[in-house]
Design a protein around this ligand. Structure first.
Ligand code: SF4
Length: 756
């Protein structure tokens, strides 16, 4: 059995006392989100009422899930922690590294050949450290988690932004960077700013062509791509309970597209049905015993304005199908006439070339069955498919069951391609063009979540629109972006006008789910003998060496780069083609800061090497300093390191020998990542001191030997002409973080503590 019922019962056993205590301390009825958060405090019972959007709080998540792209560096780091097993149940899912091209059988074989070393590494490291491993082809991480691990009232983190999908089964599930996941795997607390709360009341009922996808497309229109930032979105009301569990998953999934920390729904009968149908009757039984604790207190939903920071109401009976896009998921258009007008005005191609159904957002049995009901009508009514159609089932269990029930065959009769149970086109793993950069302008419609330029096929001219699976199927068949299946007729092969009836489908398979090999490999009970497979000549994987402590004497340090303006984690560690090297710190370090603008010449990747006077690329110059045993510093502007929690942005400069990053201000997660890697992340006490830094400067830290919480550090800047400035630097290190610095990294310290 993949899931851990004892762990779940343990979460429920402490729930009553912890939630009741929290309610007393907060002094008012609690939302579901608060109940889950307060039940997962690292400290145990609450002792204070946390301020939403302000207080940083330590939590103890129940589970961790990692996908194959992000798991590589996370697990390489975990190997440094000196633990024999992960501290909380963890799974790894191989879904991102499989390209969609010819169809599942051929594509999976190809992926297993080109990425075998990555898959073998992930399998062996999972086996060694007690991590559940889902093979390539087993399914998309979030669909597999929903089917196997998510449970009402639980808290999980995952190294993927759509971890939030598990909110469909009543979890607080949050996407994090690898460094956060490693902390929790190693038995440490996980810190999060106590979120704000947005309540979404769903009244009425979905019907006809309208699907759960349209709810989140509407919410995205209302809140925009930033509107959920720092908040949990909690859905409630009769429209919520009337919806399937996987439909709730779709809504929570795309909460990532409005920037929400996560989204969730209270436990209800749809969740119970889903748990029972996915072979988890014992979880449903356990949840039923504490169901009052798995939803908000009644008073909250009766008067939501008093308990949420923001409340939105949507009447599902009045909601129609939407198409969101192109290039952003919050640009909403009603299907049909509105789209015709907008597309004409904006010169969006009306002809649709592809329809794609799948991704973690919409690849459930219900999604496939409703879309196939439209495909079946096309067959029955003699309508020829105008666009091409591709399907990525969410999991092997969904695929096997859909095949058994004849659903996939309906698509195949329309010449659709059934791709691997994996991300595929959703993450650009789609061999659509040989030269995507120069590919023609076109429109596609898909049931995925993200539609930024180049996301699906690398073609900047592809206009991608997001819709429900049933609308995607209808538009692909019609081949027109402005097609309205509720009003428009199509001409069939006999020249006769026909119309689609409303889609139909099954929330759950009438004959139950089935699967022969779900692709899961359980780890050995004692993995101590397991050899982790990493070839020393690999380009993509490299075992990590512990970082040496930087020490409390830094004299004669040189300036590597003074970054001008915005410097995000993408500027520090670019994505794109570099993703291939995510598991190889030395190789990926060749992208270190290559996107940062040098304030002295306004160029990227062009900095002065003070040893030679010549200019070169940032990583090359830094490697020269490292070879000469000279420490360096990086200087930056405001909000340095914003963007993502990507730990590579801290690990690369650390690996290459940068000792300190000194900026006007940090994005907090990046600042913490620098601390975890045993570096100095400091801020100018006087912001104007940024202007003092010159290209040829040398730096001496005068009092680093007295590094202590709440105590400024003093930096001597020696200019090329011999003049000097003394400046003060602030920091936010507490004693534990100073211990990380002294040990060389947080992981070094954990390892030392384990050994003692
Ligand atoms: Fe991410 Fe798309 Fe894969 Fe979902 S299907 S995990 S959104 S790449």
């Amino acid at each position: 059995m993949a899931f851990d019922i004892d762990m779940i019962k343990g979460v429920y056993a402490k729930m009553q006392e912890r939630v009741d205590t929290a309610r007393e301390i907060v002094g008012k009825p609690l939302t579901l989100s608060e109940k889950i958060l307060y039940n997962h405090l690292w400290e145990g019972n609450a002792t204070t009422a946390y301020k939403r959007g302000k207080d940083y709080v330590d939590f103890a998540p129940d589970r961790i899930a990692c996908q194959d792209a992000t798991a590589q560096m996370a697990l390489l780091q975990f190997m440094q922690a000196g633990k024999s097993k992960v501290a909380v149940p963890t799974t790894v899912h191989c879904d991102h590294l499989i390209q969609a091209k010819d169809g599942a059988a051929v594509d999976l074989k190809h992926a297993n050949s080109v990425s075998s070393e990555v898959f073998n590494f992930l399998e062996s490291v999972s086996n060694k450290y007690g991590i559940g491993f889902w093979k390539p082809g087993a399914g998309i991480i979030h669909q597999v988690v929903l089917e196997n691990y998510a449970f009402p009232g639980g808290m999980m983190i995952g190294t993927d932004s759509h971890t939030v999908n598990a909110g469909g089964l009543g979890m607080v599930a949050i996407g994090v960077g690898g460094a956060d996941a490693v902390d929790v795997m190693a038995g440490m607390a996980w810190e999060l700013k106590f979120p704000k709360l947005i309540g979404v009341k769903l009244t009425g009922k979905l019907s006809g062509w309208t699907a759960p996808k349209d709810v989140i497309l509407k919410v995205a229109e209302i809140l925009t791509v930033k509107g959920g930032t720092g908040a949990i979105v909690e859905y409630f009301g009769p429209g919520a309970t009337a919806m399937s569990c996987t439909g709730k998953g779709t809504i929570c999934n795309m909460g990532a597209e409005i920037g929400a920390t996560t989204s969730t729904f209270g436990y209800d009968e749809s969740m119970e049905r889903y748990l029972r149908s996915t072979d988890r009757a014992d979880v449903a039984d356990a949840a039923n015993k504490v169901k009052d604790y798995l939803t908000a207190d009644a008073e909250v939903y009766a008067n939501p304005e008093q308990y949420f920071d923001q409340v939105i109401e949507i009447n599902l009976s009045e909601l129609g199908p939407l198409l969101n896009g192109p290039f952003t998921p919050d640009l909403s258009t009603t299907v049909g006439k509105d789209m015709k007008e907008k597309a004409t005005a904006n010169d969006w191609p009306i002809a649709v070339e592809w329809g794609l159904i799948g991704s973690c957002t919409n690849s459930s049995y219900e999604d496939l069955s409703r879309a196939s009901s439209i495909a079946q009508q096309a067959l029955d009514k003699g309508v020829k498919m105008k666009a091409e159609l591709g399907i990525n089932p969410g999991s092997e269990q969904v695929r096997y069951t859909a095949e058994r029930d004849g659903i996939l065959q309906v698509f195949e009769k329309l010449d659709a391609k059934i791709f691997t149970n994996a991300c595929g086109p959703c993450i650009g793993q789609w061999a659509r063009y040989s030269d995507p950069k120069n590919a023609p302008k076109n429109s596609i419609v898909h049931s995925f979540n993200r539609n930024f330029a180049k996301r699906a096929d690398g073609n900047p001219n592809t206009h991608a629109f997001v819709a429900s699976p049933e609308i995607t199927a209808a538009i692909a068949i019609a081949g027109r972006l402005d097609f309205n299946p509720m009003t428009d007729k199509l001409i069939n092969e006999n020249g006769v006008e026909v119309m689609f009836d409303e889609p139909t489908g099954w929330e759950l398979p009438p004959k139950g789910f089935a699967v022969q090999d779900n692709g899961y490999l359980a780890p050995e009970a004692d993995g101590s003998h397991v050899q982790v497979k990493v070839s020393p000549t690999s380009e993509r994987l490299q075992l990590l060496e512990p970082f040496e402590p930087i020490g409390n004497i830094i004299n004669g340090a040189k300036l590597l780069i003074k970054a001008f303006g915005k410097c995000t984690t993408d500027h520090i560690s670019m994505a794109g083609p570099w993703l291939r090297f995510r598991g190889h710190l030395d190789n990926i370090s060749n992208n270190c800061l290559i996107g940062a603008v040098n304030s002295f010449n306004q160029k990227t990747n062009f900095v002065k090497n003070q040893l030679t006077g010549a200019y070169g690329g940032v990583p090359d110059v830094q490697r020269e300093y490292k070879k000469a045993g000279i420490k360096t510093i990086v200087v930056g502007d405001h909000n340095y390191g914003e963007g993502s929690s990507r730990e590579h942005a801290a690990m690369e400069p650390r690996f290459l020998g940068v000792a300190a990053v000194i900026v006007k201000s940090f994005a907090r997660i990046h600042e913490t990542n620098l601390k975890k890697q045993g570096m100095l992340g400091l801020t100018f006490a006087n912001e104007a001191d940024y202007d003092l830094i010159q290209e040829d400067d040398t730096f001496n830290f005068l009092d680093l030997n007295a590094f202590a919480p709440d105590k400024q550090l003093t930096l001597e800047i020696v200019h090329a002409d011999g003049t000097k400035n003394l400046i003060k630097l602030n920091h936010t290190y507490n004693q534990a973080q100073i211990d990380w610095y002294n040990a060389g990294s947080a992981l070094n310290l954990i390892k030392r503590q384990n050994a003692s």
